[in-house]
Design a protein around this ligand. Structure first.
Ligand code: ATP
Ligand code: MG
Length: 498
């Protein structure tokens, strides 16, 4: 039977300078189908979607929407054809409010009289429909946690009434299970309305839970397209990485020793209330909780990036107060920040500079301090190990795929000389093969006697990697789990306050 596809992309080809990003791709999506697009970092997933939405110009190939060939040469034309895209990198205006961002297209059309109250009410309505009436439409986007920024991004796209295709490029990377459930409900509702959804994710469990079809890409080409119920996770992984991956979580042989850092009665704003905990040599301590639980804020306060109002920190036996991140780094405390785009990498700078950062010690916020030549060499090696895909070390980080940017921001920290290192969502957006390498690196750090703290929204990762887990909720520690107690049920129970 000849199916009429909602979208057909045929013979799509694209080069970026010396990089052949898309090699003669054929990609078809049926109406009312949730179609996953998976593959390693740099495989070409985002580029293919940018070609579809008009954000990137293809060198060659044709695009048909509902059987009719369309010329999509700009995002505007993409929208006119019914293509709504939620990009991996948000496209929000940080200085504008939530409501203004949601209606940005209407606001920038001009020639219209704007009723601000209407705008806010409508924005509230949309957020409510999504299940997020706790987001205030009047707040500036820059003041929202990353997860809520993501929700605003989604709301903005739902303003496009003629959406035929919704592209979600790693929408859950910044969300935790409770927001993910809401997002999935919404996606399923859209599917029932006949919208086709293209879903890019490195979280394969989600792919199986949500998607009807899966297309695997590798090195700019399509490897295969299958029905989701015709393949299992193991087979999908091998098809993505081109080899068998037996264990996702490698074994760690670290001896847990004396306390390296002890935090007592830390308070900093509403999100950090009387937080006390300790982490030991060789230990991997997890922080779990919902978005907005205060995990990131806690770590930023410890690190001197946020003001400490009360409490104390003892690091390697000495009482410390860090007025800024530079002082923390100097005392051998490290923090890989959650918000990579603003704090983790300098997008316009080269991969080499971002990896070594030696010339950037002067930068106040989050210096990626690599102290000597040995560390630089190590950072380079870690980039290699993580199979970071780039053309030249001199290219700007902005030319890398999302996951490869993440590898750059991580490499320098994994190489840095720390006694305690805090990793806020270390594997966000990273492909499954590189995840295993990151886990091995974390295990190595622990084996060297470094205390490691991981904040992660991926439950599988918390369960697979941590010796002990602290659960936060609304700025407070609400639970602590050890060894066999670290289960999905227990984590949800504490996080939800059950
Ligand atoms: N604007 C650009 N300039 C130069 N090269 C680019 C540009 N955008 C993408 N590339 C390159 O094209 C290739 C595919 O990148 P793409 O972003 O599509 O990967 P991806 O599959 O989305 O990966 P990830 O899972 O990491 O997001 C990569 O080698 C990337 O470096
Ligand atoms: Mg991408």
């Amino acid at each position: 039977m000849d199916e009429v596809y909602q979208i057909e992309m045929l013979n799509i080809d694209k080069h970026f300078g010396g990089v052949h990003a898309l090699k003669n791709i054929d990609f078809r999506v049926g109406k009312g189908t949730i179609h996953a697009l998976v593959g390693e970092n740099g495989a070409g997933k985002s580029t293919l979607m940018k070609v579809l939405s008009g954000a990137v110009q293809k060198d060659n190939g044709i695009i048909k929407i509902s059987g009719k060939e369309e010329n999509i040469n700009s995002p505007h034309e993409g929208k006119k054809c019914g293509i709504s895209t939620i990009y991996q990198e948000f496209m929000l205006a940080p200085h504008l409010t939530v409501a203004e961002n949601i209606f940005i297209d209407k606001l920038t059309q001009g020639g219209k009289f704007i009723k601000w109250k209407n705008l806010r009410d409508k924005a509230h309505e949309i957020l409510k429909r999504l299940g997020f009436d706790n987001i205030d439409p009047n707040v500036r986007v820059s003041e929202l946690p990353v997860a809520y920024q993501q929700i605003v991004e989604i709301s903005k796209n739902l303003m496009n009434d003629n959406t035929k295709v919704l592209v979600l490029d790693e929408p859950t990377a910044v969300l935790t299970f409770s927001e993910i459930e809401k997002l999935f409900e919404l996606v399923r509702r859209l599917k029932d309305e006949g919208v086709s959804i293209i879903y890019i994710s490195h979280r394969l469990d989600e792919v199986f839970e949500l998607c009807d079809k899966i297309t695997v890409m590798k090195d700019g080409a399509v490897v295969q397209t299958v029905d989701a119920d015709q393949i299992d996770k193991q087979a999908l992984i091998s098809s993505m990485v081109g080899r068998e991956l037996s264990t996702l979580f490698p074994k760690r042989n670290a001896k847990i020793g004396e306390v390296v850092m002890e935090v007592s009665h830390l308070t900093s704003g509403p999100m950090v209330q009387d937080v006390s905990f300790a982490v030991r040599k060789g230990e991997v301590l997890g922080f779990s909780g919902l978005v907005g639980a205060g995990r990131t804020e806690t770590m930023r306060a410890i690190f001197g990036a946020e003001k400490m109002e009360a409490g104390s920190i003892v690091l390697s036996g000495k009482k410390k107060t860090f007025k800024n991140p530079k002082q923390a780094v100097h005392s051998k405390l490290g923090l890989l920040p959650e918000d990579r785009k603003q704090q983790g990498v300098i997008l316009s700078q080269s991969i080499r500079i971002n990896t070594t950062m030696s010339s950037l010690k002067k930068i106040e916020q989050f210096p990626g301090w690599i102290s000597d030549a040995k560390d630089k060499k190590k950072a380079g090696e870690i980039l290699e190990q993580l199979q970071t895909k780039y053309d030249s070390l001199e290219d700007p980080v902005s030319s890398l795929s999302g996951g490869n940017q993440q590898k750059v921001s991580l490499a320098k920290w994994l190489a840095a000389d720390c006694e305690c290192i805090i990793l806020d969502e270390p594997t966000r957006g990273v492909d499954v093969g590189a995840k295993v390498e990151i886990y091995k690196n974390i295990n190595d750090l622990a084996a060297q006697g470094i205390a490691v703290i991981i904040i992660s929204s991926e439950m599988e990762e918390i369960i697979g990697m941590c010796d002990r887990v602290i659960v936060m909720r609304q700025g407070k520690i609400v639970g602590e789990l050890e060894k066999e107690e670290i289960t999905e049920n227990n984590l949800i129970h504490f996080a939800m306050g059950g």
